[in-house]
Design a protein around this ligand. Structure first.
Ligand SMILES: Cc1cc2nc3c(=O)[nH]c(=O)nc-3n(C[C@H](O)[C@H](O)[C@H](O)COP(=O)(O)OP(=O)(O)OC[C@H]3O[C@@H](n4cnc5c(N)ncnc54)[C@H](O)[C@@H]3O)c2cc1C
Length: 456
């Protein structure tokens, strides 16, 4: 039996960062990871980094144009480059922890025997016990595939598995119109696939500002993506040649032939193998590990970080979770989920869409006296010189305090810009600070001069 101060289950962003911090504080640490292909976690291996590598290659490929065969060759090269990049990062992540004298990276699948004992099923079929005074659960989430007949077919993928396919699908059907589905739609359209998105909800991006959602939809459609709203997938058939997605929409049946089908219908916390009951760790109604604002679970010596804790599913949230847990176990506990400030996010479309804070409607519903600002991306010189004039920028301001309540940026480089707005919001700056600031030129950030000048 191994005895350590701390056990981390899962090599995700929060877990690996915390393991390093605990080791620096002199603790002995075991980090258990079920797959050597996942050292470093979901982000670097099968999510953020590989997708953004491909998004970037896809934009270059779209600019180069050419026949499908040429595009398909560039796609295969992009997958190879993505594999090189993730392999390099995986190795770097492993070494960063494994080279520390008081950290042991252990291959295996962990489950609780009780609150301080883990059973680790090792790859050779054996079992090892780890005794740890503190346990940190960082097991992430996995794709949720609804029970659609034929969803186990040979041409049906989830985001993680599609990323490994080196053959560019000529026709790609994406089931699910959420952020991951949209990112893949945009990316594969740029690579040269014919993309159809099937979404059961009637509204496109229903949680976003309606004008921005309409601008995103128009831009995807302009690039050849077909979006079917209010459409239910009944089944996925497969013959030797192709898959056929059977869809019901407005009372009639449509058949969508596809070389690949991507199921992008959400991700669920990875808890099934943890035997959490044995440790007294409870789940929420949505199946995530229940935690308080310090990310402590219902067992006093167990914490949960990242996607498994049921918060927003982003790498930087998992990273921030590690700061919160570090504050709880090594510090004064001052940092909590309640004080991490406004949380921005980006969807890496072409151009990207980024958001922080409330929509105009949400602000009105919350009782604010609202002023709004709006600017077409085409009005920004940098957007013109990049030949990327598509898009729309909006901001929402509290008329009583001049504080920024939200920003919705569908434009080139919005993923960089949104962080400036987040900072202004966290600092409680009035919108005039961004309106009157001196920015370098030509940049997308200088759009804030003109955007916030339209507050009315
Ligand atoms: C396609 C896609 C694109 C994304 N793009 C972005 C993006 O651009 N930006 C962004 O911020 N976020 C993005 N995300 C979300 C982001 O990837 C996740 O929020 C983040 O990786 C979650 O990290 P984590 O720390 O919760 O754990 P993870 O990184 O998921 O790590 C969990 C680890 O635990 C291991 N594990 C699970 N169970 C056990 C067990 N019982 N025993 C041992 N090991 C176990 C798993 O193998 C895994 O390695 C994307 C997600 C997807 C799917």
């Amino acid at each position: 039996m191994k005895q350590v101060d701390a056990a981390v289950i899962g090599f995700g962003k929060g877990g690996k960062t915390l393991a390093g911090a605990l080791a620096s504080a002199g603790k002995t640490v075991v980090l258990v990871e079920q797959s050597p292909k996942m050292y470093g976690g979901t982000c670097i291996n099968v999510a953020c980094i590989p997708t953004k590598s491909l998004v970037s290659s896809a934009a270059l490929s779209a600019a180069q144009g050419g026949a499908f065969a040429e595009r398909a060759a560039r796609y295969a090269a992009a997958v190879d480059e993505k594999d090189r990049l993730t392999g390099m990062l995986r190795d770097k992540n492993y070494r960063k922890l494994a080279d520390l004298p008081n950290v042991q990276v252990m291959d295996g699948t962990a489950s609780f025997a009780d609150a301080t004992h883990l059973t680790v099923r090792t790859p050779d079929g054996g079992k090892e016990t780890v005794e740890a005074a503190q346990v940190f659960v960082n097991t992430g989430a996995r794709p949720f595939v609804p029970p659609i007949p034929g969803a186990d077919g040979p041409r049906v993928f989830v985001s993680e598995t599609l990323l490994d396919v080196r053959e560019l699908p000529e026709r790609l059907v994406i089931i699910g119109g959420g952020y991951i589905g949209m990112e893949f739609a945009s990316m594969y359209a740029n690579f040269g696939s014919q993309v159809v998105v099937v979404q059961n909800e009637d509204a496109f991006l229903p949680r976003e500002d309606a004008e921005i959602a309409a601008a995103v939809l128009a831009s995807l459609e302009e690039r050849g993506v077909r979006v079917m709203l209010g459409a239910d997938v009944r089944s996925i058939e497969d013959d030797a040649e192709r898959a056929v997605v059977v869809v019901e929409t407005s009372g009639s049946e449509k058949l969508l032939p596809a070389d690949a089908v991507l199921v992008a219908t959400g991700r669920r916390p990875n808890v099934a193998e943890l035997n959490l009951e044995a440790a007294g760790v409870e789940l929420t109604e949505r199946g995530a590990v229940r935690t308080d604002e310090h990310l402590r679970t219902t067992a006093p010596n167990v914490w949960a970080l990242g996607d498994v804790a049921g918060g927003l599913q982003f790498t930087y949230i998992s990273l921030d979770d590690s700061r919160i847990v570090k504050s709880a176990v090594l510090g004064d506990g001052a940092r909590t989920t309640e004080n991490r400030g406004a949380v921005p996010y980006s969807v890496f479309l072409d151009p990207p869409f980024s958001r922080v804070g409330m929509t105009e409607q949400e602000a009105r519903d919350a009782g604010f006296n609202v002023k709004a600002a709006k600017l077409p991306a085409a009005a920004v010189p940098k957007a013109q010189l990049l030949q990327k004039p598509t898009g729309l920028l909006k901001a929402v301001v509290d008329a009583d305090t001049d504080h920024i309540l939200g920003a919705h940026l569908f434009c080139e480089e919005s993923h960089e810009m949104v962080n400036t707005v987040k900072l202004a919001m966290d600092a409680g700056l009035p919108y005039q600070t961004l309106r009157d600031a001196v920015y370098t030129h030509p940049t997308m950030s200088e759009a804030f001069n003109d955007l916030f000048a339209t507050v009315a």
